[in-house]
Design a protein around this ligand. Structure first.
Ligand code: GLC
Length: 496
């Protein structure tokens, strides 16, 4: 049957009947290198647990496990007005969040600005200038004519930043394809504040936040069973609440052992030493050609930025192999351009509802100028499934590892990001992998559930700013460089 309406994913085994033998062999080979079976999932998870622990030690490991100085969950009683700035991989978002007296509620206004592509490899000055301009526009527009108090800001800066204090963050290294000179190894807050000051923008940075920490806190605000905040987007990472007593690398601070501390794992760096992840030659190329080779091994196999690129590299490779007979006699110039497909390209293929994969055919024709025959379409569909499934299954290992390490048998995990929200079957595939890892009985419901999160970089950032000011007012100054300075001009005061 050809072209007769929607069909159910994921199995296209029946559709493979008319695929020639050599292409079938190619598909089988791809299946063998991209499939992560149950035993591999368990092996990865067990190694992951050890690496999470290692990251907390004084010696450290590949996974940074950064203490964030976000020390506790919200109670729902937080109040006030806060700004939130999110400098993610693709957009820059500014929000004003009002936390009213009513428990667990919030009001939000926001503006989005596109992060210009050239900014990602420009200079530090251009970056902070652009960010400050966006904030200025926002404040001018929403507070026209009024000179507000210094508005407390939660700044979501979603890159690995070492934090000695909550309003401080030394960028360890850029991730997600950013490559701006003169930022790595330095505290990002002073140049950011200088750019604001130059423009006279009345903003007071209260907390520098990772998107995962924001996601954790925002999700816990509305669901007390939330234990982990995850981002599955351009990049991939998680945060969870640890006890200070289980973080040997901050022993010297003598904090109460059971005091909570959110840890930004930066798990994208898992297995940078290539011990356990089933990397293919395509993953090796992605790493080698990236601005930071040797970094973010795990992330490069699963995050949205890279999914389309893995797919593209496979197709280019198969085209160059005469035995594969792929796109024979066609001009693949467009396909040869790196990062020409993003994850939405794969998502469209996986979502093609037609038996003859006509939407996939149109996509290749329109975007790449390639005419695919039926077997080639079948191969592309299967390849997209394999790459998307691998990403979801590997991601689940990180979630499973945190739960195993913490001894959590049941948990809610708040997840956000374009891949989690938009990539077809990502949630179901991740849930299936968790089942396999924990070997839950068929009759057993999912004990660890990955659920859509609340807005981490908006509401989460505001909540963390609120929690920080409250903590300072109450005299808990751990991870606060200048308690008085942090409250100054914000309308918040230390309690007598
Ligand atoms: C990258 C960043 C990390 C962030 C994640 C998701 O892994 O290093 O800080 O949380 O992307 O945006």
């Amino acid at each position: 049957m050809v072209g007769l309406g929607p069909r159910k994913p994921p199995s296209r085994k029946g559709s493979m009947a008319d695929v020639p033998k050599d292409l079938l062999q190619t598909i089988q080979h791809l299946e063998s290198i991209f499939t992560v079976d149950t035993s591999k999932l368990t092996e990865i998870t067990d190694h992951f647990v050890k690496e999470l622990e290692k990251g907390l030690t004084k010696e450290g490991g590949s996974i940074p496990m950064i203490p964030t100085w976000c020390m506790g969950f919200p109670t729902g009683d937080e109040t006030g007005t806060f700004l939130a700035l999110d400098m993610g991989g693709t957009n820059l978002r500014v929000c004003e969040i009002h936390l009213p007296e009513a428990k667990g509620e919030f009001e939000i206004i926001q503006s989005k600005y596109r992060m210009p592509e050239e900014l990602k490899s420009g200079t530090a000055e251009e970056l902070w200038g652009y960010v400050a301009d966006c904030l200025q526009q926002f404040v001018d527009y929403h507070h026209e004519g009024k000179k507000p108090d210094a508005l407390p800001l939660g700044f979501t800066f979603s890159y690995p930043a070492t934090q000695d204090y909550i309003d401080h963050g030394v960028l360890q290294r850029w991730t997600k394809g950013f490559d701006i000179d003169g930022v790595e190894g330095k505290d990002v807050v002073p140049p950011f504040e200088a750019a604001l000051k130059e423009r006279g923008v009345p903003i007071k940075l209260s907390a520098l936040i990772n998107d995962t920490t924001g996601t954790l806190i925002a999700s816990a605000y509305t669901d007390p069973r939330m234990r982990i905040g995850c981002i599955f987007g351009t990049g991939c990472n998680a945060a969870y609440m640890e006890k200070c007593g289980s973080i040997p690398k901050i022993d010297h601070m003598n904090l109460p052992a059971d005091m909570p501390m959110a840890i930004n794992c930066e798990w994208g760096a898992f297995d940078n030493e290539h011990v356990v992840l089933p990397r293919t030659k395509y993953d090796v190329i992605i790493d080698k050609e990236s601005p930071r080779p040797g970094q973010q091994s795990f992330e490069k196999m699963i995050a949205g930025l890279y999914l389309g690129e893995v797919f593209r590299l496979v197709l280019v490779d198969l085209h160059s192999d005469p035995a594969a007979h792929l796109f024979e006699g066609q001009d693949i110039t467009k396909l040869k351009k790196a990062y020409t497909m993003d994850a939405s390209f794969l998502a469209t293929i996986e979502e093609d509802p037609f038996e003859n994969l006509s939407e996939t055919a149109d996509l290749f024709q329109n975007k790449l100028g390639l005419r695919l025959n039926k077997p080639e379409l079948e191969l592309c569909r299967r390849l997209a499934e394999l790459i998307g499934t691998r990403a979801a299954r590997l991601s689940a290992c990180g979630v499973a590892a945190i739960c195993k390490k913490q001894g959590w048998k049941e948990a809610h995990v708040g997840a956000d990001g374009s891949v989690f929200n938009k990539y077809p079957h990502f949630k179901a595939r991740g849930a299936q992998a968790l089942r396999e890892i924990f070997d839950w009985a068929k009759s057993q419901k999912d004990l660890i559930e990955i659920l859509p999160a609340e807005d981490g970089s908006g509401v989460g950032a505001a909540l963390i700013a609120a929690l920080t000011l409250k903590r300072v007012e109450e005299g808990n100054h751990a991870g606060i460089r200048d308690p008085q300075g942090l409250l100054e001009g914000t309308g918040h005061h230390a309690k007598k």
